[in-house]
Design a protein around this ligand. Sequence first.
Ligand SMILES: [Mg+2]
Length: 400
Amino acid sequence: MKITDIKTFLMMAGAPKSMSGGKPGAASWSSRNWCFVKVYTDEGIVGLGEGSGWPRVIQTAIEDLRPILVGEDPANIERIWQKMLVSTMGNGMTGTPGSGAMNAIDMALWDIKGKALNTPVWNLLGGKVRDRIRVYGHASTPERALELKELGITGVKAGGVSGTVDKVEAIRKAVGDEMDIMVDAHGPPWFTTKDAIMVGKALEQFNLLFYEDPVPPDNVDALRRVQENVDIPIAAGERHSHIWGVRQLIEDEIVDVIQPDSGRIGGISQLMKLSAMAEAHFITVAPHSGSLGPVAEYAAIHVLAAIPNALILERVHDDVPARYEVIDPHPETVNGYIEVPDRPGLGVDIDEEVVASYPSQGNTVRAGSPDDNAYEPGTFDEHVYYQARYRRQKTMRRTR
Ligand SMILES: [Mg+2]
């Protein structure tokens, strides 16, 4: 079998509800994009993948990779992966744009292999450890947490660093001890390591499943300080690429939970290697979703089905209608779990007409209201450190 062509499908994934009520064009609106890829073969089998990390950039990167991929036998996934890595050396070998593009291709190659052998991807990865994958949702209010509990979801994550302690206390009171609660600080650059420790210590009493990205990903020593000073399992990894990006987090046991993004870590091949590295250190795997599209979610499901150290999958349930419209079938959450699919390959396809109906737009946060994930009114043009000083008091008003 030979690869004959590669096509990319970039779509605007819609504005999440939390951003200006989901109205594109509003001053504070910031969009998300998804980039899907199809790898075509001379035997008529087509593989589907997704790459994240900055989807509009990923699309161009994939198009640059096309000439070195056409003519290759898609069965040789590791060979092709190494070829992509070496061919892009001149652009730098670390970072999510390169690994996001390689991620999309790698995922599509596993899809082709599964379809060619008429078996699901999880079977190619060693078979199933479990038949269903536990998922968690996002909740920043007790009401939302209870709504998800009603649906059978058994874990919720509150985001941000503003008023987090109050938020978590209210959610814990509402849902009781049966639900797992997580906190994602999103590692903002203006949140100091000491801030992260103070908030973390205040959160210890709520028995969290994990405390995620308490500091920015660029300083591993800072994360180590949080790990040493806060008695909550520490989670990180969604912004890293490749096994080398997470090596120190795992080998030095700086995280308890590793959170690869199945759109930008480098593909299913890298997810499997990373999971084995983590297993050797008794670290569990909880893939990142958030801004990811629904094809990358399938990749995470197949990997979590096959590895022993799967913890839980992040799942955005109802952010944008496009999530449900663009793929078929859409995995249902039943009693807090997703059934592992039995179809050949990844077991999912995209609707190209739906992709075309959501033209891509920009990918950056703009000026607007902080409630809409934007900068404070009138401060967008200020020096970045102004943002830090402006927000700290609000953030730290209660840490006990
Ligand atoms: Mg996160």
